[in-house]
Design a protein around this ligand. Structure first.
Ligand code: AOF
Ligand code: ZN
Length: 459
């Protein structure tokens, strides 16, 4: 039997980790290598530190390492090497560097298994964050709670760009609530759905406030995809001796800020395509009548979706057929843009004549350009509400980030209006989706689905 040394096994773990992330050096999660916990094989402390060091080193020196590789492999067919092989070469190339050139391992951090408690406090922070959804553009919705002696002593969330961040609102309310305790927050834990910011923007960096208040521990939902932060806030706190735990309820935290991430990383808004359909995929009958396909509970849910969006997008045909207001009811402080794609609208259309007419934009031309222009107006999240041809065009252009289906238990048959337009795809090239969640919504179903990107599909 071959005795595998700790170092060799650790190297394999490092390769596997880099491979699993497919080595996207821009993945903000890679900025933080502190979560190596392979429970099955249980790496030793030494191995774990070594993995962290190698992974971080390979990321930080990536350009240099890749240059070295291409220099020495000019005559090799490197292009045909698989991802795993390339990763192995990168790790080996990094390993060949003299120790003096290696980066320091980050401060190792180990959290005893108390995840359920962390998760429940983070859930509260997420619920608070959601109260800001649809109000914060171009900032992300963020929530925070402060816990001491197992109890929440303060809460806060981000309400509007330019106004205080979630952490600031939370700590302010702590000062209001517990004059006595505020003197000693070293035993307190701040739960925040997004990594605290670390630079002066319209408001001062939250890392500064956290250090000033001497908060002992910070639990973070997800890393800030904003390249100005992207792990920096966490490193600053750790270096200053604050205990930081990351990735608690990470999937939910990331879903919540997906529109923010999309806009800040691509300059495009996040598009949710809402489709209220019969179970045979029709959005209206042969005469174009579509009112009340879905029931009252589904319509309440749609209002919630409208409140979380920054713009509501429809085709001109939908305005002509239904004359919708497109504003959320109740508005709860939200006033999304209403964007109509098409050139001709009846002059008496509600969106042009009601009290919010200045929030209506009528646009024609390239959908991509229309959306990019919306992102420039701080729009992060667009909810498309029809009709079928616009839905089909968005899908064909690969612009849909999320589908929200409201499926009614009813049928309209073949001459009803199809939900994504008349033009279809061949079987081999059909767009594919992944169902995320399915819930009952009164008599209807609410299905969230994500497009399978880069499949052989129409996306
Ligand atoms: C946080 N907490 O509640 C929010 C954060 O211009 P500023 O100062 O408002 O900074 C905006 C950036 O700060 C924004 O792009 C995002 O990266 C982060 N937002 N950060 O710690 C918050 N809203
Ligand atoms: Zn901040």
């Amino acid at each position: 039997m071959i005795k595998v040394t700790g170092r060799r096994q650790a190297r394999e773990w490092a390769v596997q980790f880099l491979f699993q992330t497919e080595f996207n050096p821009n993945d903000p999660e890679l900025a933080l290598v502190d979560f190596w916990n392979d429970e099955e094989r249980n790496p030793s402390e030494r191995d774990r530190t070594y993995v962290n060091e190698v992974v971080r080193g390979v990321i930080e020196k990536r350009r240099e390492i890749d240059r070295t590789i291409s220099k020495y492999t000019q005559n090799w067919d490197v292009d045909r090497l698989g991802v795993l092989d390339r990763t192995v070469i990168r790790v080996a190339t990094y390993e060949m560097r003299p120790d003096s050139e290696r980066t320091d391992p980050p401060v190792a951090h180990h959290e005893p298994r108390k995840m359920n408690l962390h998760e429940s406090f983070m859930q509260r922070a997420l619920a608070l964050a959601r109260r800001g959804e649809g109000l914060t553009r171009p900032n992300p919705p963020v929530g925070a709670v402060l816990v001491q002696d197992g109890k929440i002593i303060a809460e806060g969330f981000h309400k509007k760009a330019g106004s205080p961040h979630a952490e600031v609102n939370c700590l302010k309310s702590a000062i209001g609530n517990r004059q006595s305790a505020i003197h000693n927050l070293t035993s307190a834990t701040l739960y925040v759905t997004l990594e605290p910011c670390s630079t002066q923007g319209r408001t001062p960096p939250c890392t500064g406030l956290i250090l000033e208040k001497q908060i002992g521990r910070v639990v973070v939902g997800c890393i800030d995809p904003n390249p100005a932060h992207a792990g920096r806030g966490i490193r600053i706190l750790r270096r200053a001796g604050v205990e930081v735990i990351t990735g608690v309820c990470r999937a939910e935290a990331e879903t919540l800020i997906a529109p923010f991430a999309k806009r800040i990383l691509t300059g495009m808004p996040y598009i949710t395509l809402k489709l209220a359909i019969t179970i045979d995929g029709r959005i209206a009958d042969a005469d174009g009548k579509s009112k009340w396909i879905t029931g009252p509970q589904a319509r309440v849910k749609v209002q919630e979706l409208r409140r979380s969006a920054d713009a509501i997008l429809v085709g001109a045909g939908t305005v002509r057929a239904d004359d919708p207001s497109l504003l959320p009811r109740p508005a709860k402080g939200r006033l999304p843009w209403r964007v109509v794609v098409g050139s001709t609208l009846p002059a008496n259309a509600g969106v042009l004549t009601d009290g919010a007419a200045e929030r209506t934009l009528v646009r024609s031309g390239s959908l991509k350009k229309i959306l990019r222009d919306l992102a420039k107006r701080d729009v992060m999240h667009v909810l498309c509400e029809g009709g079928g041809e616009l839905a089909g065009s968005l899908i064909r252009a690969g612009l849909v980030d999320e589908f929200a289906f409201f499926v009614a238990p009813s049928l309209l048959g073949g001459d009803g209006i199809p939900m994504v337009g008349k033009k279809g795809w061949p079987l081999a090239g059909m767009p594919r989706l992944n169902f995320q969640t399915v819930e009952r919504c009164g008599e209807d179903l609410y299905i969230r689905a994500l497009p399978v990107k880069n499949s052989q599909s129409g996306f």
